[in-house]
Design a protein around this ligand. Structure first.
Ligand SMILES: [Zn+2]
Ligand SMILES: [Zn+2]
Length: 370
């Protein structure tokens, strides 16, 4: 089902101010509110649609992203690909990120001929690039219509000649007892013409291998397995049919410090026994720098401390994940003489209440012994 333009849903022009959008939303929300409509299904659906549209348009960042990538009615918009990169070959950029977001395919085929072949490209990116988005330059090979023969395969100055076997129809009649059946001509394979003098540049194939360079906008939030589609960057179609598309399969390289779980980033950070016991404020790495983290007194090894919003973004731009710091309390491995003495004193100075886990464990063991 084709989906509607978000601005259309709210009944505002694309140039509407945030305030106009808000007013339009309030009006519609009021109009379709169950209190007003008695809760009929159509109004309920309408309200959902209005809410979803407002959810995106009320947020200037999401709105800009929506404006940039496309509308819900399938009209191609100025997208994230190409743009100032010798990028002329296409005008309807789209990717699966938006297919996913708006539940439609940005692709429409026109009749006649065969659409060009789709191409695939594997692109490896860093976790940081996956988090913040990146402009990546890619190079790939693709077949192009031969410029020398304009795709005919015949040497310049010559022309493909009508096939001698079928006379140009591409089909031959073959006798079969009393009947005769029509078959694809074996000599020209249905093309109706044969090349007597093949073009040198393409050996008569009509296509030549070329290298294409392209700038690709990787949106923030992608993950390994995410697929971007660049419309019209596949191979050329025949008979006026559109070019194929280029599919870019992303692979996010593992990071030495962070493990990703959806939008959550997990970082294991070792701290000292004293820091864990006394509490401290430490600096921890983030994807693009550092952040301060407060370690509360009495922090146990394995504790998860959360830094809000410092994880990965959601691909749809709805929320930012958290950075979870997994604290690892390190037992000192080599003690100086003084440290050893201090620790012995430290243990003696205890009042037996410092270790509730140990206390609980001991009493359990004692009880079970009976
Ligand atoms: Zn050629
Ligand atoms: Zn033929």
């Amino acid at each position: 089902m084709p989906q509607k333009d978000l601005y259309e849903i709210l009944g505002v022009p694309r140039t509407a101010s945030q305030e106009e959008i808000r007013k339009a939303y309030l009006k519609l929300a009021h109009k379709y509110h169950p209190d007003k409509t008695g809760g009929d299904k159509a109004s309920e659906e309408k309200l959902k649609e209005v809410n979803a549209a407002y959810d995106i348009l009320k947020n200037p960042e999401k709105r800009a992203q929506y404006d940039q990538f496309g509308s819900m009615d399938g009209q191609p918009f100025q997208g994230g690909f190409g743009g100032g990169f010798g990028g002329s070959g296409f005008d309807a950029p789209f990717d699966d990120f938006f297919d996913m977001l708006f539940g439609q395919s940005g692709r429409r085929r026109s009749g006649g001929g065969h659409p060009g072949k789709d191409l695939e490209f594997n692109l490896s990116i860093t976790l940081k690039e996956a988090a913040f988005g990146a402009k990546k330059k890619i190079r790939f090979n693709r077949m192009e219509t031969c410029g020398d023969c304009k795709g005919s395969g015949a040497a310049p100055g010559s022309r493909p000649e009508a096939c001698s076997q079928c006379g140009g129809s591409g089909q031959v009649r073959v006798a079969h007892g009393f009947f005769s059946v029509t078959r694809t001509c074996p000599q020209c394979r249905g093309a109706g013409s044969t090349i007597t003098k093949p073009c040198r540049a393409c050996s008569g194939h009509g296509m030549v291998k070329t290298t294409r360079e392209l700038a690709v906008d990787v949106p923030p939030g992608v993950d390994t397995g995410s697929r971007l589609r660049v419309t019209g960057e596949g191979e050329p179609g025949s008979g006026g049919a559109p070019r194929g598309d280029l599919y870019i399969y992303l692979e996010v390289q593992p990071h030495e410090l962070f493990v990703r779980d959806g939008t959550t980033l997990i970082c294991e950070v070792p701290i000292t026994m004293a820091q864990a016991a006394l509490g401290d404020t430490i600096r921890v790495p983030t994807l693009d720098g550092e952040a301060e983290l407060k370690i509360p007194p009495g922090t146990q090894s394995g504790a998860h401390l959360r830094l809000r919003g410092l994880g990965m973004p959601d691909l749809r731009g709805y929320r930012q994940g958290d950075l979870v710091v997994k604290v690892q309390v390190e037992t000192p491995a080599r003690l100086t003489r003084q440290q050893r003495e201090l620790l012995q004193q430290f243990e003696k100075a205890g009042d037996g209440r410092a270790y509730p886990l140990i206390e609980a464990f001991r009493s359990k063991v004692k009880r079970l012994k009976g």
